[in-house]
Design a protein around this ligand. Structure first.
Ligand SMILES: Nc1ncnc2c1ncn2[C@@H]1O[C@H](COP(=O)(O)OP(=O)(O)O)[C@@H](O)[C@H]1O
Ligand SMILES: [Mg+2]
Length: 275
């Protein structure tokens, strides 16, 4: 038997920005979200993979930034582990679409950076970094600088750097959005493999239906701006997920169902169907 624990809660959260010409941009309106993490009968955290899916500009990054504590809602509340979010914290790690490694640090220095500023002793730091370098397939590139690496490799550095701090919740904002289709597919598989091991909660943002169904245990579908959650869809496909799952009838049916939800949404915008 599995039990659940609420990790992230958004209650009636709205956020309006003021644009460059002084115009009001209502990004999200009345977003309600309950993200639970699953635990085994023995109380072991088995993690859940949550995906926030919606058209470009619907407010996905806004939601993620609020959960990360990088922004404040105008109305409503954002809770993590039952506590109101007041700023960034070690319980949450964020991976952005843009590669965000420090260009003046090597791969291993980037991955170990958070550990260093958190006072983790050098011996333990080296061990964690070595393990993560291995996990994300960057062995042999420890001393390389990010600018010499491909986009996929740079994103692996960012994922490893975030994982190093063992956050309870990983917030990932279209991390594979800038990658070519083949690299993207490889990164999806890599992420699932790492996640099977770390078993933390992931909230992954994408506008790609195929990516959402492939990765998720649960998909939250957002409407176009002002974004709000219009549907929650469970993805009961077996794990570990091999890429061949995409050929299964259940996969294709789920994909069709998710697309229909997006099309029904008021003012539906661009959504990528598949890669
Ligand atoms: N800091 C900001 N200032 C002004 N407008 C913003 C700001 N952040 C986001 N927006 C606007 O809010 C809307 C939602 O943005 P965003 O959350 O980035 O959408 P998504 O991530 O789904 O593409 C967009 O119209 C965007 O231009
Ligand atoms: Mg975004």
């Amino acid at each position: 038997m599995r039990t659940a624990r609420t990790r992230i809660t958004l209650r009636n959260v709205s956020r309006t920005f003021i644009g460059a010409q002084g115009e009001r941009i209502e990004a999200i309106r009345d977003v309600n979200l309950d993200i639970e993490d699953a635990f085994s009968a023995e109380g072991r955290d088995v993690g859940e993979f949550h995906v926030l899916l919606g058209p470009s500009g619907c407010g996905k990054s806004t939601v993620l930034r609020l959960i990360a504590g990088l922004d404040r809602p105008d109305t409503g509340e954002v809770l993590v582990n039952g506590e109101r979010v007041r700023g960034p914290g070690r319980d949450r790690g964020m991976v952005f679409q843009k590669y965000t490694s420090f260009p003046w640090l090597t791969v291993e220095e980037n991955i170990g950076y958070g550990l260093k500023i958190n006072g983790v002793p050098p011996g333990e730091r080296r061990q964690t970094v070595a393990h993560l370098v291995e996990a994300v397939g960057l062995r042999g590139f420890e001393k390389a600088y990010p600018s010499t690496l491909s986009g996929g490799m740079q994103q692996r550095v960012a994922i490893a750097r975030t994982l190093a701090l063992r956050p309870q919740v990983m917030l990932m904002d279209e991390p594979f959005g800038a990658l070519d289709a083949q690299t993207r597919a490889a990164m999806q598989q890599l992420l699932l493999a790492i996640w099977e091991e770390t078993a933390n909660t992931i909230l992954f943002v994408t506008h790609d239906v195929d990516e959402a169904v492939y990765l998720a245990d649960r998909i939250y579908v957002m409407s176009a701006r002002p974004g709000t959650i219009i549907e929650e869809i469970a993805v009961p496909l077996p794990r570990p997920r091999e890429p061949s799952v995409k050929q299964r009838r259940e996969f294709v049916e789920l994909q069709q169902y998710v697309l229909a939800c997006l099309r029904r949404a008021p003012g539906h915008g661009q959504v990528r169907v598949s890669v």
